[in-house]
Write a protein that binds this ligand. Structure first.
Ligand code: SAM
Length: 192
């Protein structure tokens, strides 16, 4: 976790990149999955910038799971969202604890991606959702970013949108992928 330990202050300042439009979009993708309690787990949620906005806009109970305490310390302990130390591959919650899992700009950092998806299927109730916002590695910009991350000691395992859909389906979460903006795309799938 070296990279995120020292990079945490930068994320603390710049991670709140979510415009009202992008939050509205995310709430729309999650809405079909949210039950009465609206329990969302933001895996690799870092400083909690997205979680804070989602808890306000969707009136949801959002928990941020992240292995880097330096990132989580930007989440006020007396606020509406909860920060928990842990990894996607070993989520410290019982089965069926959430209506949805979200992962933004973090899936490519997971060292055991099949293990992470297995955990999503375990902690999300049947009929709940998984939303992954990722970076499409196709193209020069993303190849440069991927190289930069590798040189900084945090090599990523990126998927193209088609490969992400196929990967998720193979690991039990059927869904669809769509380009969103810039080099980003989103996967939305249902836990069966
Ligand atoms: C680029 S940051 C993204 C933070 C936030 N989701 C966002 O969109 O701003 C990636 C985050 O993934 C976390 N991370 C890395 N490996 C992880 C793992 N195995 N399980 C969960 N989170 C992980 C890092 O600690 C970091 O906070």
């Amino acid at each position: 976790m070296g990279f995120f330990n020292w990079a945490a202050p930068a994320f603390g300042h710049f991670a709140d990149r979510w415009s009202p439009e992008s939050i509205e979009e995310i709430v729309g993708w999650l809405a079909p999955y949210l039950g009465e309690q609206k329990r969302i787990l933001d895996v690799g949620g870092g400083t909690g910038a997205l979680a804070r906005r989602l808890s306000q806009s969707a009136d949801a109970q959002v928990t941020v799971l992240d292995p880097t305490p330096e990132m989580l310390r930007y989440i006020p302990t007396d606020g509406p969202i909860k920060g928990v130390v842990g990894t996607a591959e070993a989520i410290p919650f019982p089965d069926d604890s959430f209506d949805a899992v979200i992962v933004t700009d973090a899936f490519h950092h997971f060292r055991d991606q099949p293990g992470a998806v297995r955990e999503f299927r375990r902690v999300v109730r049947k009929g709940g959702g998984v939303l992954v916002v990722e970076l499409d590695p196709t193209g020069l910009v993303m190849r440069s970013i991927a190289l930069g991350e590798k040189l900084l000691g945090e090599p990523g395992a990126f998927f193209t949108p088609d490969a992400m859909c196929e990967f998720m389906k193979t690991h039990g979460i059927a869904g669809n992928c769509a380009a969103i903006r810039g080099v980003s795309y989103r996967f939305v799938g249902t836990v069966r």
